[in-house]
Design a protein around this ligand. Sequence first.
Ligand code: XMP
Length: 515
Amino acid sequence: MDVQEKVVIVDYGSQVTQLIARRVREAGVYSEIHPCTIPLDDLKAMQPSAVILSGGPASVSDEDSPQLDAGILGLGIPVLGICYGMQLIANELGGSLAQSSDREYGRADLSLLADSPLWDGLPKEGVHKVWMSHGDKVLAPPPGFEVIGRTKNVDVAAMADENRRFYAVQFHPEVHHTEDGAQMLRNFLFKVAGLKGDWSMSSFAEAVIGELREKIGDRKVVCGLSGGIDSTVVAVLLSKAIGDNLHCIFVDNGLLRAGEGTEVVGYLDEHFKLQLHYVQAQEEFLSKLRGVDDPEEKRKIIGRTFIEVFEREAKDIKDVSYLAQGTLYPDVIESVSFKGPSAVIKSHHNVGGLPDIMELDLVEPLRELFKDEVRKVAVELGLPDFVIWRHPFPGPGLAIRILGEITDERLEILRQADRIVQDELHASDWYRKVWQGFAVLLPLKTVGVMGDDRTYEHVIALRVVDSVDAMTADWTRLPSEVLARISSRIINEVKGVNRVVYDISSKPPSTIEWE
Ligand code: XMP
């Protein structure tokens, strides 16, 4: 991206690398994450104002451990090494490392040993709570470096070579548990690298639009719209960048909830005059799902059918070069680790699925962002609240909220129950406060009584969670009046349901969806 101040984060595979990028953006500096295999020339071409080397799970002495390209230290720009990044710097410049088979996790108390721009604004006395996660540690810093911080277990917890503007810390300043971490990162950006920090999400939208226009030129792009905020923001950015060369495809798979998708797609069509291909493929999906009750099997069928339908539709649009996707950072890390695919918990993030088959190049303008950052972009783009605050809705839709087999009757029951949940969350002003809220149909039958009759009907589970990025979540402490209203409305209004239960499990160990 063509911005004046840019920090490149070189990723060595830490689970929290994206948090570094995020903190840098929060400080008003544009940042990009690149894998540690990035060629030096490519990195130079980006003209970074500073480089941050992330942490990572490897040990510098491991046989095929990821290495530091020493050329980075020859660029004459400030470098901050975090954890594994620190060990790489120490190793490269002649410090010594101690290996350890035990990793140290958790809080530690950092004492500041010297004045340093990195500690600017921090009290010199006392200790600073920091978060450690490391195996190896630096025993002696390289020539030219001064030790500027230590903890009980780590003598060289922070080191600096002020002349060359190289800084390194053994702890993680990017995580919340490091109390002054954000200040330390800001110090690196502003006191060490002398940046201004005048970047914001509005410059992000502007810059992305310019970049997309340049990259795509007059070629055509297809974009799958889901009705959710991610694909909506991607479509709007592209529509502003390339106008009529954007073709949007919306597939109705018969598994949408009442009104899901259609409102947003209608809005987009009206306001952005998209070339919209609205595909009614309900029967195609539902017939293939008949008799299937295994969740992974359902996902596979839906994923495959989606690709078939999407491909068929895209083929009718001639000479398409790109496929646009609303991939966010958490999708990327849940799908790939630095060396390859990590354990698949649920096969839902089809990152890399469609383009391989369609042989199209990918456009993923939101790949580095978190959901709340996408919302900020949406605000910048002037999108309405109902788009911005819409809860995430999974690709396989209601299929994974009906446990077991999907039938027309079950879909109808779930749609009605879910509509009540949505209405009541809005009416009680809880909709915007929670990450996601929805109904799940448990097609077990339990006994109830209505009037003088004994009933034997389905259970609806209510799932409402708080989260920041769906990677962890906790059940929302909804007021009992709201719960009571949802429950009594569902039981009274939805035929076929005589019991409502509230899910009080957190993620982990549970997941947000039930399947
Ligand atoms: P879990 O259930 O894994 O959900 O805690 C995390 C987030 O991902 C959504 N989700 C999906 N999204 N396809 C999707 O596009 C899927 O198969 C899928 N499964 C879960 C879920 O709604 C939550 O926001």
